[in-house]
Design a protein around this ligand. Structure first.
Ligand SMILES: [Zn+2]
Length: 188
């Protein structure tokens, strides 16, 4: 007997509650971090995104790939769609995206196509990040918009969250697996 939530892992991290008095980069990243916590609690990879414009949050989302069975349901894409609806314009020229990990190829492309003014990510991703980590899509010679990039805001917190999630997932998977059958006898 198994249910979809049988391997669900409780999130051991509390949400952050930073002072609203200082609505600075750390503050908005803490909201993205809290979105990532919500992702974990929903059994999704804990990545969160928030879009700020004029000091207001106009988009906030977390990764929902598993529940929506949609490989494009990344936090950034969902937040960008929300933000465009909120202001009634697909051009997010005055807005800043805060996201807990450097955007993947798809989301990096979306930050350019939506003309986001700034993209601030917590954890650089040298494997899949496409705003400077693995490569830089905004460096394409003919690209007509280059978001300002910053990284490292709440990096430690966001990195620990991601690393703990994957560590616990691997441990749970190893526990659930029956003992490995012996490898097929190698010739000789
Ligand atoms: Zn993505």
């Amino acid at each position: 007997m198994s249910s979809p939530s049988a391997d669900r892992l409780d999130c051991p991290f509390p949400k952050l509650h930073l002072s609203q008095l200082y609505r600075d980069e750390r503050f908005f990243m803490s909201l993205a971090y809290n979105q990532a916590i919500d992702a974990w609690r929903a059994d999704e990879v804990p990545i969160g995104a928030v879009i700020e414009c004029g000091g207001e949050v106009i988009g906030a989302a977390h990764n929902q790939v598993e529940h929506s069975d949609d490989p494009t349901a990344h936090a950034e894409i969902l937040a960008i769609t929300q933000a465009a609806r909120a202001i009634g314009d697909w051009r997010l020229e005055g807005a800043t995206l805060y996201v807990t990990k450097e955007p993947c190829p798809m989301c990096s492309g979306a930050t350019i196509m939506s003309r986001l003014k700034r993209v601030i990510f917590a954890v650089p991703d040298p494997k899949m990040g496409c705003l400077g980590g693995a490569t830089d899509l905004a460096a394409l010679p003919r690209v007509n918009h280059r978001p300002i990039r910053e990284s490292g805001v709440l990096e430690t917190e966001c990195r620990e969250l991601l690393q703990a999630y994957f560590r616990l997932k691997r441990a749970a998977a190893a526990e659930a697996e029956p003992l490995d059958p012996p490898p097929t006898a190698a010739a000789g």
